[in-house]
Design a protein around this ligand. Structure first.
Ligand SMILES: Nc1ncnc2c1ncn2[C@@H]1O[C@H](COP(=O)(O)OP(=O)(O)OP(=O)(O)O)[C@@H](O)[C@H]1O
Ligand SMILES: O=P(O)(O)OC[C@H]1O[C@H](OP(=O)(O)OP(=O)(O)O)[C@H](O)[C@@H]1O
Ligand SMILES: [Mg+2]
Length: 414
């Protein structure tokens, strides 16, 4: 490999994402494989994964038939744990722990499924080893631990929490270096003096540097406080998670152009083999997906209702359909308002109540438009769930699993 490739760093997210089947998104595919066992040995990391590997480098998976219980793994501590519990609770799937020190729990509204609290890394490892069937984890962990694993399917790729990205951070003091291209072009890097990168993501790091064609790199691993390594002289730069950027700043480090390695957020993943073979699992995946999708869709929408003056429902519909924001999901809902009459009866035909779901950011614009169309009594309220006929990601999952959607689209609905 040449020392300083002229190739600009490509967009690595697509590559990392593409190694897993992702349903419901348009990620491109790639043919790159997982880091070699030799490379893993050299760095002396990932001992627990190695223990499950067969001599040919393939991971030994426990057969699906070795247990009958359906198992879900969720992070046991830290921010992912809280956000996962919060998401499940909001989706009316609260996790019930019998006591706070126990690692097993249940979701009463999903009977027949065991929930196991695991460290985020172990959620991935245990899906790989066949000890759990589905899990919620940060995409970064998946990319690092199960890169290239064909069994893992990303059922939902954007759970809306744990948003962060993996990036290269270099000392702020390197004023003249502001891009990966400039960093790898420094003449000092060579076989005797490689760029030392400290990270908790050695596989992702190795792949990233391979992809940008930079060979003179030494990947060092550490579990925490990576940001201190450059100041201590133990490394030249770091490759770590960044969210607000505060940690980098406070440690006098900076991001550089082309150094954004992958985007991450919480994802719902499942074992392909288990989904195909374990009785009852697909129904549960369907239910989780349906509830999560309904909640996440609702989060971005508000319902706006108003009474609009008009000669007929059709005339009001015509007015509303002329403005894109007033069409709602499939078109506005319009119902006659029965105005009270002196004799106590109700007279229809003067006002029509209209309801439209609009994106949160467009509420005021919608209110103004409705007023402009003669609307009064405008009410807005948040939505809790938006159920589609079938979540788009479910149909994508059916395709991914080569299953006939029409046969499975009638699975249990809450
Ligand atoms: N600063 C951050 N902002 C948003 N998400 C993050 C951040 N740091 C980590 N994450 C996400 O949370 C996941 C779990 O992170 P991690 O294992 O560091 O747990 P933690 O919550 O920091 O607890 P601990 O580090 O004490 O084990 C990561 O894989 C990543 O997806
Ligand atoms: O950009 P920021 O918002 O500052 O977040 C980034 C920091 O968050 C994570 O650490 P965490 O807080 O999880 O501590 P840890 O290293 O103990 O896991 C990550 O390893 C960074 O250090
Ligand atoms: Mg952390």
């Amino acid at each position: 490999m040449s020392r300083t490739s002229a190739r600009a760093p490509a967009v690595p997210l697509a590559r990392f994402t593409a190694r897993h089947a992702v349903v419901g998104t348009k990620m491109p595919t790639t043919t790159r494989g997982m880091s070699s066992a030799r490379a893993i040995d050299r760095r002396g990391v990932r001992a627990s994964i190695r223990a499950t590997e067969k001599p040919n480098g393939k991971v030994f998976r426990k057969p699906v038939e070795s247990r009958s219980a359906i198992r879900m793994g969720i992070p046991s501590k830290g921010r992912m744990a809280e956000d996962t519990m919060a998401l499940l609770a909001t989706c009316q799937l609260p996790v019930k722990k019998l006591n706070p020190r126990q690692y097993a729990a249940e979701i009463p509204s999903v009977p027949g499924m065991e929930v196991w609290f695991q460290r985020a890394t172990d959620v991935v490892r245990k899906i790989v080893s066949g000890d759990i069937d589905i899990g919620i984890v940060g995409y970064d962990m998946l990319a690092e631990i199960a890169y290239g694993n064909d069994d893992i399917v990303i059922v939902h790729d954007a759970l809306g929490f744990g948003g962060c990205h993996l990036a290269v951070g270099i000392p702020q003091a390197w004023d003249e270096i502001n891009s990966m291209r400039e960093l790898i072009a420094l003449p000092k890097w060579g076989p005797q003096r490689p760029l030392r990168v400290v990270t908790a993501y050695p596989n992702v790091a190795e792949q990233f540097f391979k992809d940008i064609g930079f060979e003179f790199v030494e990947i060092l691993t550490a579990d925490g406080a990576l940001e201190a390594a450059p100041a201590m002289g133990a490394a030249d730069c770091i490759l770590d998670l960044v969210s607000s950027g505060t940690t980098l700043r406070e440690n006098n480090l900076k991001e550089i152009e082309g150094g954004r390695v992958l985007e991450s957020q919480g994802v719902l993943v499942a074992s392909r083999e288990a989904m195909l073979k374990r009785e009852g699992l697909l129904e549960i995946v369907h239910e989780l997906l349906e509830r999560v999708e309904a909640h996440l869709r609702a989060q971005s929408l508000y319902m706006v209702t108003a009474n609009v003056r008009g000669d007929s429902a059709e005339a009001v519909a015509e007015k509303l359909n002329s403005a894109a924001t007033l069409r709602g999901l499939q078109g506005p809902t319009i119902a006659p308002v029965y105005t009270p009459q002196p004799d106590g009866s109700g007279k229809a035909g003067e006002y029509y109540a209209v309801s439209v779901a609009v994106p949160k950011g467009r509420i005021y614009e919608t209110v103004k438009k409705l007023r402009g169309l003669g609307g009064s009594g405008v009410l807005t309220f948040p939505l809790t769930y938006v159920f589609d006929e079938e979540p788009p990601r479910w149909n994508a999952l059916m395709t991914e699993l080569n299953l006939d959607a029409s046969k499975y689209n009638h699975l249990k609905v809450m």
